[in-house]
Design a protein around this ligand. Sequence first.
Ligand SMILES: C[C@H](O)[C@H](O)[C@H]1CNC2=NC(N)=NC(=O)C2=N1
Length: 109
Amino acid sequence: MPSDLHKGKCQACEGGVAKIPDALLLTRLQELPGWRLEKEHLCRDFQFKNFYETMAFVNAVAWIADREDHHPDMELGYAYCRLRYQTHAVGGITDNDFICAAQVNQLLE
Ligand SMILES: C[C@H](O)[C@H](O)[C@H]1CNC2=NC(N)=NC(=O)C2=N1
């Protein structure tokens, strides 16, 4: 059954969002095709044909980040982008990270 996670709305990071317990993270990850856990971040690598496509993607991700007031770390090059989400306010992964990652996946549907 498809997940509705991308329809969620981020809550204020400083407003008491709860860190997802480690024991639940692997289960929750099943809602997010392509993403992995790395040093308390949600991460995914994206490959593109050229710089134009990479930048179009990066700008769409920036648009999501601005709308949700939740910002990923981004590493990019000519034909790739690596995204890493963590809720800095709590030093771990929260629903906000899952919601934004799911919205990014929607961009590629
Ligand atoms: C004031 C503003 O809402 C906060 O600083 C937000 C901005 N974006 C954020 N993004 C991420 N990834 N984690 C945060 O804790 C966070 N906090």
